[in-house]
Design a binder for this molecule. Structure first.
Ligand code: SAJ
Length: 437
């Protein structure tokens, strides 16, 4: 199939790089977002999100004249839906049971509805948003067929998951293997023809529901692996072992690859997607459910570690170092650090947070300080919550000169114990039992 004009619905971390990459590869792209602030920001050549290299790419796409930014879709050869699929939070009042979450498919539903008036015979529709199994077949087909056209017979439909890693999106978009799951073979082939415009990785064709499941399996596998690392950290803590050393040794086995323990699993993918399995089949997804609970409880484990270091938390001044959901990104969404800070404050501690990738971070209930010096100056305990490279590079002797604190709680293994202890700090490390501290 040949494409000249496509419409990308949703201009976030996935839709914007995808739209811009198609535009720089010669397609006429209409990028659509329902948020007028996002649209006007982009129309002015500015960005509402940060991803390395994205600003240059978007500006090149706009300059080429191939990328238009709009609030409404237009008729096109292909429509790509890349809108968020979070789960309903307790605040939505839809669900208040921590043990069970429901996918919020409202954005996918309304984006699909917005395509209906523009659908033509021969059009291709692709869903990229991470979705519960069977979404393409059970949710999208009935909506799209309101156009009077029949899925398969009149238009093509695929599920093609985004699988790019935040921080490396632009490279992975092009180089990763791409999964295309069509509702029938001609749909898969149309999807393959579209992504072949820029994808250099292998393009793997399957059916829509398999593609949906593949995406969920990838992130669930990672979540379960991190859960076991977190559980190993707790076990090591009890048995007087250093989990970081133990994992390092275990991973020398040729068939073992344990991930890293930490303060919890954040972001908007790994901590969300496994719930789609739990929601769809709670009777079957039991290990997946338990892994989610283990990871969700990890911030609380961090609190107990801080308590062990300082005793009762009330009145202590904590410098919380790192607010991002993972190392070397500025994305604060669903960050375990925020939850830990709130829990510390609820226990009466005073917390000043510092995030080097977003010095002007503005989070409800969090006092973010724009400089490391400012966060450290009046604290009596330093709490490392993100494994940023620049935290690993901190010189403990220089840090000691900036703070009266002599207690350090390291949840991400950024501190070299010998160096920090030599600089006069008492170090408490997540996953390291007493006899190893
Ligand atoms: N984390 C650990 N220990 C680890 C690795 C990660 O605690 O060993 C934590 C991180 O600190 C973070 C969370 O897990 O809080 C998730 O980070 P991540 O780097 O594992 O993943 P994401 O959410 O940035 O991106 C994932 C990727 N999926 C996989 O690697 C299977 C990415 O390829 C997906 O495209 C993305 O989810 C997505 O959009 O679904």
């Amino acid at each position: 199939m040949n494409f000249t004009k496509i419409c990308v619905l949703g201009l976030g971390y996935i839709g914007l790089p995808t739209a811009s990459t198609f535009a720089t590869h010669g397609l006429h792209v209409v990028g659509v977002d329902i948020n007028p602030n996002v649209v006007s920001t982009l129309q002015n050549g500015e960005l509402h999100i940060y991803e390395p290299g994205l600003r240059t790419l978007v500006q090149a796409a706009l300059k080429s004249g191939n990328l238009e930014i709009c609030t409404q879709p237009e008729p096109a050869d292909a429509f790509i839906i890349a809108v968020p699929t979070p789960f309903f939070s307790d605040r939505d009042g839809i669900h208040d049971d921590e043990a069970y979450r429901l996918a919020d498919m409202r954005a996918v539903t309304s984006a699909t509805e917005a395509i209906v008036p523009h659908l033509r015979k021969g059009s291709l529709v692709i869903l990229e948003s991470t979705s519960p199994p069977r979404t393409t077949v059970d949710l999208l087909i009935p909506i799209l067929e309101k156009s009077g056209l029949k899925a398969g017979a009149d238009f093509h439909l695929c599920y093609s998951p985004e699988r790019v890693l935040p921080g490396q999106i632009l490279r992975e978009l092009i180089e990763n293997a791409r999964v295309i799951g069509g509702i029938d073979r001609p749909s898969s082939e149309a999807g393959r023809d579209l992504y072949a415009i820029f994808v250099r990785g292998e393009i793997v064709i399957t059916d829509a529901t398999t593609a949906e499941m593949v995406k969920l399996m990838e992130n669930t596998y990672r979540d379960v692996n991190i859960a076991i690392a977190n559980e190993f950290a707790r076990l090591a803590d009890r048995f007087g072992v250093d989990v970081w050393e133990a994992i390092g040794i275990a991973n020398r086995h040729p068939r073992v690859k344990i991930l890293r323990p930490g303060p919890g699993v954040g972001g908007h993918c790994i901590s969300v997607d496994p719930w789609f399995f739990v929601e769809a089949a709670p009777d079957l997804a039991r290990l997946i459910h338990t892994a989610r609970q283990v990871n969700d409880a990890q911030p609380h484990f961090v609190i107990s570690l801080v308590e062990r270091a300082v005793g009762a938390l009330a009145g202590h001044h904590v410098a919380a170092l790192g607010l991002a959901f993972k190392p070397d990104v500025d994305d604060l969404r669903e960050s375990p650090a925020t939850e830990i800070i709130h829990e510390l404050q609820n226990a009466g501690a005073h917390v000043k947070a510092y995030e080097p990738f977003k010095p002007d971070a503005d989070l409800p209930g969090v006092t973010a300080i724009p400089t490391l010096e400012g966060a450290l100056s009046e604290s009596d305990v330093l709490l490392f919550l993100v494994g940023h490279t620049n935290f690993k590079q901190l010189d403990p002797v220089k840090v000691a000169a900036l703070t009266p604190a002599r207690i350090v709680v390291d949840t991400v293994s950024v501190c070299d114990p010998a160096a920090w202890e030599a600089a006069g700090f008492r170090l408490f490390r997540l996953g390291v039992g007493k006899s190893n501290q």
